[in-house]
Design a protein around this ligand. Structure first.
Ligand code: NDP
Length: 327
């Protein structure tokens, strides 16, 4: 059997993560990396992995089974996913939750017309967390679902901190509030406000001469990002920022608690603790690329989400092997 040929579209954090993940799956191979930048400037991690300009992609159609799209959710995927789904089966990690229905509609129209299989919004949230929210609700209809994120580095909030006048650099961590998590785990089904569920912690390097108290105030009162949370701001030096805060850890948990009778509480918990958010996300995308390839071959065309994929399709093992070994 020949390997599933993966095309990587965009070579940022996820693009590198996909390359690393494919290397750990013996039934797959990277056919090529595609970038909007000058391909000569991109250095793939693996020796012999070809890097091409984006506009050569249509000409390589016969050599690729599934594209894994690694562009940003804000500006790249809303354009790239529908465009490419007309010609290729693909997986993306679109994570703007409020826009998923319109993204689905655009990708579905293209994939139906092109007879491709295009799976959107894979990853961990949306993705693995979404599956656990659905299972929790279905198994315990009389209950409540809670999603906690962190402790983890939030890219969006870190960007917001770095845009504050007087800030030379910085990062932001989202942290679940311990008491809230404990209440949820006990099965009490508490009603929690935004402030009660998560807190935020910022590590900031000031520009020379900047006013620390003014910077702190601008951060903690920033609408949409910080005003609804308890936020701590620590001022540190540039070396400490580089040394201690260069990684991209993340994670969190989805908890469903419910009752199956008056006296019996049931609690389900799914937890992720990730040293590298992009490497884990990429590993999920690659497993879904395998499923997408199988669904395309079975004639299951159109746009799909993680809710539409049977778990066995994610595994490199056959259905018979899975029944014998993992059931
Ligand atoms: P990056 O910013 O690292 O990369 C996004 C794109 O930007 C790349 O595909 C690349 O395209 C371009 N790019 C990367 N580096 C550079 C550079 N130095 N100069 C110019 N352009 C560059 O984003 P991530 O890979 O970290 O994340 C991508 C998306 O994944 C996020 O927007 C997020 O929405 C989503 N995500 C989803 C998760 C989930 O659980 N569902 C979890 C984590 C992320 P090109 O090569 O064409 O220039």
């Amino acid at each position: 059997r020949t390997a599933i040929r993966i095309g990587i579209v965009g070579y940022g954090n996820l693009g590198r993560g996909v390359e690393a993940a494919v290397a750990r799956n013996s039934d797959m191979a990277v056919a090529g990396i595609y970038t909007r930048r000058d391909p000569a400037q991109i250095e793939p991690m693996g020796a012999g992995v070809p890097v091409h300009a984006m506009d050569s992609l249509p000409g390589h159609k016969g050599g690729i089974d599934v594209l894994v799209l690694c562009g940003g959710s804000k500006d790249d995927l809303p354009r790239q996913s529908p465009e490419l789904a007309a010609h290729f089966s693909l997986v993306d990690s679109f994570d703007t939750h409020a826009r998923i229905p319109e993204h689905f509609a655009a990708v579905d129209a293209a994939a139906q017309a092109g007879r491709t299989t295009a799976l959107i919004s894979a990853g961990w949230d949306p993705g693995m967390f979404s599956i656990n929210r659905v299972m929790g609700e279905a198994l315990l209809p009389d209950g409540a679902t809670y999603t906690f994120w962190g402790k983890g580095l939030s890219q969006g909030h870190s960007d917001a901190v770095r845009r504050v006048p007087g800030v030379a650099g910085g990062v932001q961590y989202t942290i679940p509030v311990d008491e809230a998590v404990a209440q949820v785990r006990s099965g009490l089904r508490p009603a929690l406000t935004t402030r009660e569920k998560h807190r935020r912690e910022c590590f900031v390097v000031l520009e020379a001469g900047a006013d620390a108290s003014a910077v702190r105030k601008t951060i903690v009162t920033m609408p949409h990002y910080f005003d609804e949370y308890d936020t701590t701001v620590h001022f540190i030096g540039a070396e400490e920022l580089a040394r201690e805060h260069g990684a991209m850890p993340h994670g969190g948990f989805v908890i469903r608690s419910g009752n199956t009778s008056q006296e019996n509480k049931q609690v389900i918990e799914y937890r992720l603790q990730l040293d590298s958010n992009p490497e884990f996300t990429s590993s999920v995308l690659v497993a879904y690329a395998r499923a997408v390839h199988r669904m395309q071959q079975a004639g299951q065309w159109g746009c799909k989400t993680v809710f539409d994929v049977a778990p066995g399709l994610l595994s490199p093992r056959s259905a018979a092997e899975l029944r014998a070994q993992l059931l």
